[in-house]
Design a protein around this ligand. Structure first.
Ligand code: FE2
Length: 278
């Protein structure tokens, strides 16, 4: 019994296709998706179409990510997202999703349990089972805290874009990393496989190469660098280097703003200092 685990795709449908090929090649029995399907890269509907195809051809499980929560909140309650600001990235994503896409993400649970006869149950979530925005990283002390809230011996989660596993006593946490926007230095799609060896689940963390420049071209053709302030520039540099330039830029802009509120001018200045913008 083998599971393929995909998380944090962020509209990178080209990387997703490469990972689907990898899962096909290895013959995974169940495909597990941990949220943050869209935003950041272009053409979110293409990612959603790949998910619908996967659903028809394979046993699949899906949970919701925080990006899905943002989009649904905008859909239901409105927001101040605007083109020309970093929020233009989310607005572009929302405007390029269909009613079917929104219905699909709205139908997803925050957490679920995979029960397969003869194997240990596995809990799945985006950040933590009780909240999507919980960032688990190696050694940041949160994995043991979150595992304490989980009954099952294995927890699968994403969100932190950090591919790692952590064993705490009898329990195992597995983060497959980010399929679409990896940030840990290797510019390839990240995913994981889990294999039942007759006694326990054994994780394998995997990198899958894909055509990064095709993703960048599509973002440029979609006009994302013009309508998202510095955001798409951060994403492009991040795709090429697997470094989280978006976070660096936000952190530096925050420092530049000091005690005042961060403006677009602070973000542009930060992006120039970091070599993200010329
Ligand atoms: Fe996330």
């Amino acid at each position: 019994m083998r599971l393929a685990v995909f998380s944090d795709i962020h509209s990178n449908h080209i990387a997703l296709e490469a990972c689907f090929e990898e899962a096909e090649k290895r013959g995974a029995d169940l495909w597990v998706f941990l949220g943050d399907y869209v935003s950041d890269c272009a053409c979110p509907h293409k990612t959603m179409e790949l998910l619908y195809t996967a659903q028809k051809t394979h046993d699949c499980r899906f949970v919701k990510g925080n990006r899905e929560e943002y989009l649904l909140n905008h859909h239901k309650n409105g927001s101040d997202w605007a083109y020309g600001q970093t929020t233009g990235s989310l607005l572009y994503t929302y405007e390029n999703m269909t009613a079917k896409d929104l219905y699909f993400i709205d139908s997803l649970p925050m957490t679920d349990v995979i029960r397969i006869d003869g194997t240990d149950p596995i809990r799945i979530c985006h950040g933590a089972p009780y909240k999507t925005r919980v960032e688990l990283k190696p050694g940041n002390g949160r994995v043991p805290q979150v595992l304490e809230t989980v009954q099952e011996p294995v927890l699968l989660g994403g969100h932190s874009h950090t591919q790692f596993t952590e064993q705490v006593g009898e329990k195992l946490y597995v983060n497959p990393g980010s399929l679409g926007i990896p940030t840990t230095g290797i510019p390839q799609a990240e995913m994981a496989f889990l294999e039942w060896n007759g006694q326990s689940w054994v994780p394998e963390l995997v990198h899958v190469p894909y055509d990064i420049e095709a993703v960048v071209r599509e973002m440029t053709e979609a006009g994302l660098p013009e309508c998202t302030s510095v955001w798409a520039h951060c994403i492009v540099k991040g795709l090429r280097t697997a470094h989280n330039y978006a976070m660096d830029c936000l952190n530096l802009a925050g420092k530049l703003a000091g005690s005042g509120s961060m403006t677009n001018a602070h973000l542009v200045q930060a992006a120039k200092q970091l070599g993200i913008l010329e």
